[in-house]
Design a protein around this ligand. Structure first.
Ligand code: HEC
Length: 661
């Protein structure tokens, strides 16, 4: 689940629970301009139909306001905007209400989580957001409370404790609202807990139902038939350490089928022989569960990693969509869990439609017709190198689905991992109970880890395009009707890409690494894009990540809007002189110009050598590139590169001229 801590280095992956605020309105957002729940709509697509900001004008995006959050811990929430007010959570489960046009704080609620609770958090003291409905704001706290606040002034209406405080449960995920119930899970499966999800009455916080994800002590009556069946897939005395299977992040809801989908996490301990000696599937670990939201009973389940031993959670973001597959319209559920396979399931019955690796996968060669992985080899006393690893091919950072392009945008990562049994493993109450030897991992060179934005076609089950990043652990994604994908990166950039082909259209430097997902909304006819930027907690990946430039400045909530009109020369100048953009000019030149003008700006033929041309031409350089030279072989490039990109190419050529003088 969540992240893991490596001894020398703090790794954090993320984890714990989930969060998105949720299904505030079961029909979804009421108007195109709304973003009423963490993933905007109950299908959790994280798609907005807004298109005032689009691929043609996003280059002129500017900050409308920036709010310092006064924290340097990880920020993982997606804000929501409901009835003209923005709500978000910060680290330590603090809630903010903000004027979305100005960034003025309207109220702040601090649940005063005891700081010693931080010890139970595998992956930092994070929180992934609120749920809002009928004038109330609901959120979970790290120490396991569920709280309802009055949306107008932030005063507390009710508060319930959702966990046994003597155990190591934490809440980091956002609650979701289904009808008159608020649904919340929890995390803690590295620390001996039994996973469950609960529904509370929105009115007064009374418990309506609780569904455990793994069976308890078989000497006592099972809570349900489903758990009795699950118990047959476990061995030994698994219940003594809780079993795991926490519901720490993903949920989605289909109002037509009236099904609530939740993802479950890893086993406790990770290594199966300590948990269920002799094997077994260990239901319902690493599974997608479809529950009846009225009473929480299990309607169907799909287990992604039977008998899991790798920390391959299925708590990653779940998206519901209707796709045309082999000529048939299918109601699907999509997930890219940690284990590296992209799953498309029939969400009416949990049957597998397709599953293919979305990153390099070495632990299994594929998924068979029954939906089971075809495993290669498990680790034991010797080191086994694998991909993916407990960080996942994708972790909690939300993906998004654009119905116009038909693509899913995944914050993917390639991290080579090494597992080995920990020969000195002993169960403890106060530290990770995993059973693997982290020291074999900590020895890794940072180069063994990288990330990329992956545009994935879920119908063809193949990659459409990708943008490589030097580092893993980049932010979640947002996609819009303006043919855009927005994503923040570990190295502190906030970027807009064209959704159909992945071209970079806009970059801002947030001065801190971004892990959260952006959102967009419209107020009084103006479209805004917001992102919580805050590196923290989660990371480490062997300390090398920091060395490679993960930015850890103070956290901030940033909101962008379009500048009016075309970019001014000053804006272009400011854009191209920002640190880190040289590489973009080089890349753009080689993408669009080098096939005629020569690699590195060195012309080997009759075509002009642009290193020389650039100084001579002055301002006409940009004009020639934009419009071409009619009657010659110099094409009109204005359809492929915009003003800012031309300026980046010019700057690159000027630098090349200076180098080769
Ligand atoms: C299909 C081949 C081709 C591509 C692609 C191309 N060019 Fe050209 N370009 C030419 C040719 C040929 C000329 C010379 C035209 C002439 O004067 O007859 C030229 C001329 C120019 C000139 C004028 C040079 C001078 O000395 O006056 C500039 C500036 C230029 N190109 C920039 C670019 C840039 C920047 C790109 C990429 C964004 C690009 N070109 C892409 C073929 C190409």
């Amino acid at each position: 689940m969540q992240r893991a801590r490596i001894d020398l280095v703090v790794i954090g992956i993320l984890a714990c629970l989930a969060a998105l605020p949720g299904f505030a309105d079961e029909k979804g957002a009421r108007t195109a301009g709304d973003w009423r729940s963490v993933a905007r709509t109950p299908d959790e697509q994280r798609y907005s139909p807004l298109e005032s900001i689009n691929a043609d004008n996003v280059a002129t995006l500017q900050r409308a306001w920036t709010l310092d959050t006064g924290t340097t811990r990880g920020l993982e929430a997606t804000p929501v905007v409901v009835d003209g007010v923005m709500y978000t959570t910060l680290s330590w489960s603090v809630v903010l209400a903000v004027d979305p046009k100005t960034g003025t704080v309207l109220w702040r609620y601090d649940p005063e989580v005891p700081r010693e609770t931080g010890r139970k958090a595998c992956c930092d003291v994070v929180n992934r957001g609120v749920a809002v409905k009928d004038g109330r704001v609901y959120f979970g706290t790290l120490d396991g409370r569920l709280i309802a606040l009055d949306a107008t002034d932030g005063h507390r209406i009710w508060e319930v404790l959702t966990v046994d405080p003597s155990l190591n449960y934490t809440i980091t995920g956002a609650p979701r609202i289904v009808g008159d119930k608020v649904v919340i899970g929890n995390g803690g499966a590295e620390f001996n807990v039994r996973g469950y999800v609960s529904a509370y009455d929105t009115k007064d916080g009374s418990l309506v139902w609780r569904t455990f994800t793994v069976p308890g002590d078989p000497a006592k009556p099972f809570e349900s038939k489903a758990l009795e069946e699950a118990a047959r897939t476990w061995k030994g005395e698994w219940w003594k350490l809780g079993g795991g299977g926490t519901v720490w992040d993903s949920m989605a809801y289909d109002p037509d089928l009236d099904l609530l989908y939740v993802g479950t996490g890893n086993g406790t301990p990770w290594v199966q022989k300590h948990r269920s000696p002799g094997g077994g599937d260990n239901l319902y670990l690493s599974s997608i569960l479809a529950l009846d939201p009225d009473d929480g009973h299990l309607v169907w389940h799909y287990q992604t990693t039977p008998g899991e031993t790798w920390d391959f959670t299925a708590t990653q973001h779940i998206i519901l969509a209707d796709l045309r597959i082999r000529g048939r319209k299918r109601k699907v559920l999509m997930q890219a869990p940690k284990n590296g396979f992209f799953y498309v399931l029939d969400r009416t019955n949990g049957k597998l439609i397709s599953a293919e690796p979305y990153v390099e996968v070495t632990w299994a060669t594929g998924i068979d017709e029954q939906g089971r992985p075809i495993e290669t080899k498990r680790f034991g006393e010797h080191v086994l190198f694998t991909k993916p690893t407990f960080f996942g091919g994708h972790n909690w950072q939300p993906m998004s689905f654009n119905p116009k392009t038909g693509l899913v945008y995944i914050p993917a990562q390639e991290i080579l991992g090494a597992y080995r049994d920990d020969p000195g493993f002993e169960v403890t109450d106060v530290d990770f109970n995993v059973g693997t030897d982290f020291s074999v991992f900590a020895a890794f060179p940072p180069e063994a880890a990288s990330g990329h934005l992956l545009a994935w076609d879920p119908v063809k089950q193949k990659e459409a395009w990708r943008v490589p990043y030097g580092m893993p652990w980049n932010g979640g994604t947002l996609t819009t009707g303006g043919n855009l994908v927005f994503q923040g990166t570990a190295d502190g950039r906030f970027v807009a890409y064209r959704a159909d082909d992945g071209r970079t259209l806009f970059v801002d430097h947030t001065e801190t690494g971004v892990i959260a997902a952006p959102m967009t909304f419209e107020l009084d006819g103006v479209q805004y894009v917001s992102i919580l930027a805050g590196w923290g907690g989660a990371f480490g990946l062997g300390g090398g990540t920091a060395a490679r430039g993960a930015a850890a400045g103070p956290g901030r909530l940033i909101t962008y809007a379009l500048a009016s009109g075309a970019p001014t020369p000053e804006q272009i100048e400011a854009f191209i002189t920002r640190p880190g953009e040289k590489a973009d000019g080089e890349r753009l030149y080689h993408q669009w110009c080098s096939r005629c003008h020569g690699a590195g700006g060195v012309s080997a033929s009759l075509v002009p050598d642009l290193r020389k041309a650039v100084a001579r031409l002055g301002d006409s350089f940009d004009l020639i590139v934009r419009l071409g030279l009619p009657g010659t072989a110099m094409p009109k490039m204005g359809d492929s590169v915009d003003e800012r990109e031309i300026a980046l190419i010019r700057r690159y050529l000027e630098a090349r001229a200076a180098e080769t003088d």
